[in-house]
Ligand binder design. Structure first.
Ligand SMILES: C[S@@+](CC[C@H](N)C(=O)[O-])C[C@H]1O[C@@H](n2cnc3c(N)ncnc32)[C@H](O)[C@@H]1O
Length: 259
């Protein structure tokens, strides 16, 4: 994609998480995994529409939410008046060192130009003993004995993998990250991997297609050559309809800043 990732999110901000409550559901599960105490100073890095901000406020945290996309921040301020909101680059925070007890970033670090810079900034703004948690770069379709196989999630993953071969070099958004290396290199200790899961009902394949266009998957679609893009849309619309629940599991990686 052309330009930094936040430019795409700025374009889709109005519809982000509006077709399906995918990130909001994930956000609740991620905040439950991080378990920030009431009253703590909580920084939501790359907050989007507030998937973490909302649940953190509901727990009584004092929330600062930053995002590089101005259109996201406009909506964050309107939807979450209890949070302090700033348009800000997660890789160069204009925030004081040591000012937060918990820093969290859901589905952000892997879309940064420099993921290590974002993790280093999280470290800098945390108070000694504070914890940084993040997701992204490895969310995968849930599997297990209770799930139909193939499921909606695994079918979608297979379609994305098939069409990824048509992307130009460096196309699409995000990259896999090695969470343990990123955290350790920034100085974090006591590393943990928890998990968060969602199961979102998708009414029909038209809804699935509209949802794909409202978040990072849109970069994938836009980066396909035009003929392949049309074919990809047809294939999404033609996916089998026997499983209507999109299940995803993400690791929630975290580390503590030494006291
Ligand atoms: C996939 S969305 C996740 C949003 C939210 N955390 C959630 O879980 O719904 C990625 C977010 O990161 C923001 N973002 C991308 N690059 C950024 C940067 N350099 N600094 C701050 N935010 C950034 C985007 O604008 C977008 O809102």
């Amino acid at each position: 994609m052309i330009g930094p990732a936040w430019t795409l999110f700025d374009r889709v901000a109005a519809d982000y998480d509006g077709v399906l409550p995918f990130f909001a559901d994930f956000g609740r599960a991620i905040v439950d995994a991080v378990d920030p105490p009431a009253g703590c100073r909580f920084l939501d890095l790359g907050a989007g529409r507030g998937a973490l901000t909302g649940p953190a406020l509901a727990r009584g945290c004092r929330v600062t939410a930053v995002d590089a996309a101005p259109a996201m921040c406009t909506r964050l301020r309107a939807d979450h008046p209890g949070a302090e909101v700033h348009v800000m680059d997660a890789q160069a925070l204009d925030l004081p060192a040591g000012g937060y007890d918990v820093v969290a970033a859901s589905f952000v670090i892997h879309v940064l130009d420099d993921p290590a810079a974002g993790v280093a900034e999280a470290y800098r703004v945390l108070a000694p003993g504070g914890r940084f948690a993040f997701t992204g770069g490895s969310a995968r379709g849930g599997t297990g004995p209770d799930l139909p196989a193939p499921s909606l999630g695994t079918r979608m993953d297979a379609l994305f993998m098939e069409f990824a071969t048509h992307l130009p070099p460096g196309g699409s958004m995000g990259r896999p990250v090695d969470a343990a290396d990123l955290l350790a290199e920034a100085g974090f200790v006591d590393l943990r991997e928890d998990h968060a899961a969602v199961a979102v009902t998708v009414a029909d394949n038209g809804t699935l297609w509209r949802w794909i266009l409202t978040h990072g998957y849109r970069a994938f679609v836009e980066d396909l050559p035009a003929d392949r893009r049309a074919e990809f849309r047809q294939r999404v619309l033609a996916l089998p309809t026997d499983d209507r629940v999109l299940r995803r599991v993400t690791p929630v990686w975290s580390g503590r800043k030494p006291a």
